[in-house]
Unconditional design. Structure first.
Length: 315
């Protein structure tokens, strides 16, 4: 991997690859992704990631009720431990409507057991926007206390609704901000939140840069972020796809590089469920995109609208 593909994760002291393997699909969520992933397929994929250029993987206690973590843990065991310098980032999750401090402690303990790891270097508070803000203070305080006690490493905040995430940043203590579906070729609604985070020394991690698939497979796709996309977005995707083809590349490569090449973004989370995708990512990172194409894509960005904001499905 090229040296410039490695970068510091804000002020955490951690160094990560520009792309992070996303583990949401590893547990098998056909209702979300439209296909299933068997346990062996998931384990084989993680083993391939361990042998490749990516240096971290993102998962969550809540992905497929812990199955994603279990499969990553099985791969770690089969590999004989984590590769040197490799990082597993996970997230605490509610159980039902329970997002109490006790639930946060239980979530961390469950993640350690499933992954087979005593050290969790980065743990996010996951999707807090689906819960009443005032009732979440105990969860936040507990997560910070777990860090103070050495039970976890660094504390992150992960979600989609930028207005709600901003309220949590007001509480202080978060070192990493992960936002999904709000910074892509067709949506820059996370821009203000990203700038605020950077100004406060918080690392920015960008997830779901394909908008749930439309920017990776534009033919016939009509949803962005699990919702029906407005006509302006569909038109922009079609125009961007056409421009990429004219320059001999594909929209998925441009969508990935739009995030990876941003100097403000420490890491870009890309969901991976097939070993061949690792090679495809490397090829995309090595592709030279002409400035003319990048400038043209910039002119095709739909008029910025916060049309995705509000509670939605978890990722």
């Amino acid at each position: 991997m090229k040296d410039n593909w490695l970068r510091p994760l804000g002020s955490t002291g951690l160094t990560v690859s520009a792309v992070c393997a996303g583990g949401s699909g590893l547990g098998g969520m056909p209702e979300v992704f439209g296909y299933d992933v068997t346990r062996q397929e998931a384990v084989d994929l993680v083993l391939r990631v361990f042998d490749g250029p990516l240096t971290w993987i993102d998962t969550s206690n809540g992905y497929s009720d812990g199955e994603s973590e279990l499969r990553i843990g099985q791969a770690i065991k089969e590999y004989g431990g984590l590769p040197e310098g490799f990082l597993v980032a996970t997230k605490v999750d509610a159980r039902g409507r329970d997002y109490s401090g006790a639930r946060v402690r239980a979530s961390v303990a469950e993640s350690k057991e499933r992954l087979g790891l005593d050290d969790l270097p980065l743990v996010h508070l996951h999707d807090p926007e689906f819960h009443d803000f005032d009732s979440m203070r105990d969860a936040v305080d507990t997560l910070m206390q777990l860090q103070a006690d050495g039970e976890i490493g660094h504390v992150g905040l992960a979600g989609g609704n930028t207005a709600e995430l901003g309220r949590y940043l007001d509480l202080g203590g978060f070192e990493v901000l992960l936002v999904h579906n709000r910074w892509s070729l067709v949506d820059h609604s996370a821009g203000d939140l990203f700038r605020r985070a950077l100004g406060e020394g918080i690392a920015v991690v960008n997830a779901a840069v394909y908008g749930g698939g439309i920017l990776a497979n534009p033919d016939g796709a009509t949803k962005y972020g699990y919702r029906d996309a407005p006509a302006a977005v569909l038109d922009a995707v079609a125009a961007m796809d056409k421009a990429c083809r004219e320059y001999g590349t594909d929209l998925a490569t441009a969508a990935l590089r739009h995030s990876v090449d941003s100097p403000d973004i420490s890491g870009t989370v890309v969901g991976i469920t097939k070993p061949a995708r690792v090679d495809a990512l490397v090829a995309a990172l090595e592709t030279d995109l002409p400035d003319e194409l990048l400038n043209r894509l910039g002119t095709l960005l739909p008029n910025p609208q916060y049309w995705l904001e509000g509670p939605k499905e978890t990722t």
